[in-house]
Every structure is written in C-alpha cells, then in structure tokens.
Design a protein around this ligand. Sequence first.
Ligand code: SF4
Length: 686
Amino acid sequence: NGNMELKYVHTTCPYCGTGCGFNIVVKDGRAVGIEPWHRAPVNAGKLCQKGRYAYEFIHSKDRLVKPLVRENGQLVETSWEEALALIAGRFMTFLPEEIVCLSSARTSNEENYLMQKFARVVLKTSNVDHCARLCHSSTVAGLAAVFGSGAMTNSILDIEESKCIFIIGSNTLEQHPLIGRRVMLAKKKGAKIVCADPRCTPTAKQADLHLSMYSGTDVALLNGLMHHIIENGWEDSAFISKRTKNYEEMKSVVMQEIYSLPNVSKITGVPEDDLKTAAEWIAQSKPSALIYSMGITQHTVGVDNVRSTANLMLLTGNLGVPGGGVNPLRGQNNVQGACDMGCLPDVYPGYQKVADPKNHRKMESIWGVSGLPKAPGLTVTELMEQLAEGTSTVKCMYVMGENFMLSDPDLNKVRKAMKQLDFLVVQDIFLSETANLADVVLPAACYAEKNGTQTNTERRVQRIRKAVDPPGDAKADWRIICELAGCMGYGPQFSYMNEAEIFEEISKVTPQYGGMSYERLEKPDSLQWPCPDKTHPGTPILHTEKFSTSDGLAEFSGIEWKPPAEVPDVEYPFILTTGRNIWHWHTGTMTRRSKTLASEVRTGWVELNPKDAKKLGIRNREKVRVLSRRGKIEIPSMVTEDIKPGVVFIPFHFKECAANLLTNGALDPVAKIPEYKACAVKIEKI
Ligand code: SF4
C-alpha cells in the first residue's frame, strides 16, 4: 500500500489571518501535498486555493540554503560561523539609537517574541516594529482607545449567528475565503449582507446591497448611516446608557447637516436610497456584525475610520453578543501574534507599556538583565521617512522575513532610504527584493520546517508543526536569533532547548497567554486569548460584561470626515486603490513560486471603468503607463464595470509592475500607517 509511506502532519496555513488548519502530506522527507484536516478548529477541512497548494514552494530550487555575505558588491556563500561573527561584530559597533529590528507576521509567536527580546535585551533599543505598521496599526490604536483592547471582538464561527453583516473595506470572499464562507452560511440562514467598497468585488457581488463608494470617504459614509439611524430613533438607548460614555459628543458631530444623507451621497457617490436601506438593516437586525480590513485601516485617517466603525456598532448595541462585534480581519497569518508578542516600539509582550516603570522592572527581572531601554522606539514608517530625508540617526537594520522593497509605499523613496544604511542584515527563505540589497543574508526555515504557534485574526493561538527538514544549511528563525545573541554575550538569556520552552516564557510574560502551554494547545487544538490561567477555557467573545477600559465603559468619539492626503486633480485625475488577488500573496515570494498559483495569474493589471477607458482610447488588455507624483509603471489594462468611474485598482504582488512605486507614503498621525488605499494617478496610452 503506497499510503504506508505517507506521513500527515497537522499544521496551520502560512497565508491569511483566518488560520485554517490542514495536513501536510510527507513522502520520503518531502512535502508532496496538502490534505484536509477535518477537525481543524476554524475551517473544518475546507481550504481556499492558496492553502490547498501551500506545499508547492517549500522545495523550490530558489530557496536560500547558505548564509551569504556581500563581497565586492556580490553576495557570496559563507559559513554560519563567519556570518554570525561578522554580524555580531558589526552590531556591537552601533549605538542603541542607530539600530532597528524589523520582525515579521510571517513567522511564529516564539520567533517574534525572541526578536523583540533580542532588540531590547541585546541591542538595548526599543526600535522594533513589524508589518502591522502597514496593515492594522490603526486597528490596534483605534479599537484600544474605544474598547480598551485592539483585537477582533468576536469569533469567526459566530459570524453565522448574525442577522446582518456589514462589510466595509474588506473583500472577504477573496482575501479571507474561509471567513467569507461563514458570511455565505449566515446569508443562507437569512442574514442581510451589506458591502461598502469602491470595487464590485466578488464579496460585493454576493451582497444583498453594494454601497459603491469613493475610496477615502469611509467616515462620511459611517457618519451618514449613524445620522439616519438617530434621526429615526433606531439607536439602542439601553445599551448606550449602560455601557458607553461620550454619546452626546458623537451625536452632535454626526447630526450636523454635512452628514445628512443627501450630502453624504454627494461625498461618497452612493445613492441616498442605498444608504437608507443599509442604515435600516444594520440598526434593525439584531445581532449585526461589522467586518473590515485594509480598506478601512490603510488611510491617513485610519484610526478615525476604525473609531467610526466602533461608533456604529456601539450605537446599535452590537458589542459583547454572539453574531455581533467589530471584526477587523488581519491580513497575514500571524499579525495578531506579532503584535501580542510586543514587536511594536512602545509595548512589551501583552501590550504592556514600555514607558511604565512597573513593566520595565518586571521585564528586567524575568529576563535577568538590567538597562532595558525606557522610552518607546521608532516606527518603521517614520524610520523610512527620516532615512530618505537624511535626518535619521539609524545606520543598521536587522530584518526577519519582511520584503519592504515591494510592500512599502513609495518604493523610490524606500530605495533612497536604504542607501543611507551602513549595514543591512536580512533573514528570509528566498532572496527577496529586500534581501538582494543586504550586506548579509541568512537562510531561514519556512513554516513547514519548524514547530511553533501562531495567532489568527480572532485571537486563536494554534500550533504549527515541523513536517520536513529545512533545505541545506537553513535554520529556524528562533535558532538564528539565539545563536546571534550567544555570539554577543547573551547566551544564558537565549538558551532554549526547543520551541515549547520559549512558549513557556511567553505565557509567563504575557497576561493574555498566561494559561496556555503546548500541552493545552494539543487538546482542544487551540485557545483564544485572553486565557489568563491554566483552567481558563479561552475567550471567544470580548466585552460581554464590561469593556477592557479602566472604567469598563466604551467611549464614543465625534469624528469629522477628512479627504485623503492626495486627491485627484487636473493633472492626476484618478484615485488609485491597491489590494490583493485570490491567487497571490503579498510580494509573491511564495505564491509566485507555486506552480499552480503562478500559472493561474502571471502578472499584474490595472482595472479601469469602460467610461474612463473610452475617454483615454484604451482597450482591454492593452499595455498602459500609470503615473503618480512618485513613480510610474507599465502594466496591462483590465477594462471592467466592476470599478467605479474615476477609480483605478492595481494588485501589489507583482514586482514587474509594482503598485507601490505609485502609492503615497503619507501617514496617519497616530498609527503611522501609510495611505495605500487612495492616491492620485494618471493613465497614458503607450
Ligand atoms: Fe489559508 Fe486563508 Fe485560505 Fe484559510 S482562507 S486556506 S488561512 S489562505
């Protein structure tokens, strides 16, 4: 029986924040397939195409197998001993304020935990950040201000309990397909689906109502819905008086004439009747859930957008109940975990403020060190800005699993910023666009080659399990960090036998993970935080009795609509918005090396409305030039009714037509998240 040779290893998908479980099929030491794992907590055996083919890149011939160092401009192979000695020697020449660590939502909780510990303990810097800065830092700041916790309030499984689901700025069916499946199951049970998006995405097509809005008008739209709800007396007065504060201030803002539906219709481009229907469905169906993603967060008003979504759900009394809530969908598999682990410049693991001396003393005692940095560090987006302007003190970066040379906005500026560095170390599984600029490249293990945990978008902590060995000399990121710390004199603080020992320390340090262990994560396969003690069953729904704020109340805020940092004008007449495609993942390092996924979608495109195409004389699938004030690309057109006139869309996965050469690096003042979702461009026939 051929099956006798096969091994099936339960693990968690390395792509989106849904956190689906599956079995990697191993034959003769090689991953040869993915099979359903029917007991998987989130997806019960179902998978989308990315998960289905998540084995195809593992044994790619492009995997990094040896450390590389730059000599005479070329990256050449070297040994681990030489590479680590070189890095340790160079790191010791920099002052704490001259060095930055960039961690990654692509790696495990254990590895993120060690990266921030390395920054704080070994390098004595708070300059540690990760890619949540680019996707959900506005969620962390916005929801924490309102509810006292920046996490998704409800669970994926209870989406099915909703009577109305309002999806804004999320193409759920394409980007989180197994959450999309829950939305469709709710619809089958009679829930109304409302989708607000400038594109008629697959999600919008399945909705009962599509609010086809202009990019960057979210606050106006949300205020308009609240205006209409209050005008009709549909607000949940009992909930508002018992569980919230500051309602009158919020009300005085949204009841201004500018947020009456005729005015909001003009600002957003959504017909007035559609706004009325949406307001009525959201307020009159109980429970209603709100789902959002990067269409809300990636704006210069990202925090305002997030707080507005919370206002709407508080107004309608939909917090703390099954089937309700404010549900931000994290993009990458472990964004939630990387935040929880303290890979942010102002907090230790568990969101414990660096600036609070009590936390500082606690961490020094647990880590057995003194002299931890006392002040918060730099965000990576501020760093790029300062480097490009030549005003930064930073001279060195240590990057784990991030490819900002394709994922950051305004790539020409980022390239300029990189030229200011004296020393760049990148640890990755492939020679990415960023690794290609490094002075030293360290070969890392991928998700299938190591043990660990990751935390999905609904705070669910799950195991990843080793199925195969890493290729060549590649090693798990956690081992690399520990060896480097050892070379720099911190061996005792970074001495772990295995991943379970690191997790033990995490549960000691991180209150939300206090009751978790590898043993407990075997049965029942996962736990949702907060799980403060060993008998706690985990928490599927937050804020059921009181909010996590100091007085237990949620706080409304009055928020005025502000347009994007860059709006269309005569010279650049279109709004560009960017995003993903179901077949590909972020900068494509993995999916473009998966035979099946790469053969489905080979390159990028720009979507534009037929009316705009006609004016410009552009036909479908014709190569065109798209220009912004920051850069230009050449890219095939896709002429489609699925996008609003005046708006164009480009997926950001493809280096040969990189959308981020065009995007605007303008930042939200609080969360420092860039405005990927709205900038001005023009299109030229070639
Ligand atoms: Fe993986 Fe997300 Fe697809 Fe699930 S929905 S299989 S986690 S990419």
